[in-house]
Design a protein around this ligand. Sequence first.
Ligand code: C5P
Length: 322
Amino acid sequence: YGALGEVWDDEMSSNMLGKRLRKVVQNYQAMNKYGVEFSGPGGVATRPKLSGPELLCQLKEKVEVTTLTPDLKPFSSLPWSSQLPQQDMTSDIGPYKSCAVVSSAGSLRYSGLGKEIDSHDAVLRFNAAPTAGYEKDVGSKTTIRLLNSQVMASDDHRFLSSSLYSTGILVAWDPAPFSADLSQWYNKTDYPIFTQYHRYRRLHPLQPFYILHPHFEWQLWQRIQDNMAEPIQKNPPSSGLLGTVLMMSLCEAVHVYEFLPSRRKTELCHYYQRFYDAACTLGAYHPLLYEKNLVKRMNQGLDQDIYTHGRVTLPGFITLNC
Ligand code: C5P
């Protein structure tokens, strides 16, 4: 950031990325791995830019945050369907009053935010993000962990055996083809989410473990695209935004930490790894830049809180009068 106190600008565009990142984004656009059918923004000049409250209502009305249940096809006819939770996650969990979403950004390092994060009623963390050894900066409470299918499947993460995953409620997701129904997705997952789910459940039958319905990721993608002036990556939103909207459906207030970078903004990718890449904060595969624009527009907290705490405040859907 330039001037003191300056924070994320809600009109960040891909032409503000460096040459290398711009090229990577272009390649993803051309690939269209998930067969996204969308012809590009339909003339922003004619469409007024929605206000924060209007955007919040759009999300509440058009994005269904649901999880898989055993009654859904094709799961209903599979032998392991009873391993899926009987009810949708939002009927089992919460509502919580105040929640924290902890992005895994490198800017959490030396933030001293641990106490504040732990003071919330529920804390969401992502993928392999640890708390041990980083309590001062990220806290120690983990109520929910949102996992992508890549982490569940990769050998280095030891998903089935590491104790990192054994506390809290687990929620998993996998990028589905854009217009696939559940059966088509089941036969064409990005990573073997169902095999790993099945194995994990056998080892930890008592730990709550949900799988996000893939309509959630693409309905959310559509909200981002419809509210941006340029075509966004034709890939699902990042875990960070999925988790934020998940918590907006479980909590009365959601505080997101270091999704919009604070004054500690760094190219350090994760607070828990020595790996540097601007793509982690600005996006390459995920439409992360545009996700951040949207979150900035919906923020109900002060810019000063972003600058000092990397903190954004969003209302839970139940509190909205749309
Ligand atoms: O890398 P991972 O997906 O596990 O991180 C969790 C989420 O935190 C990301 O999906 C992204 O939304 C957010 N993040 C970020 N900036 C970073 C690292 C992560 O915004 N440098």
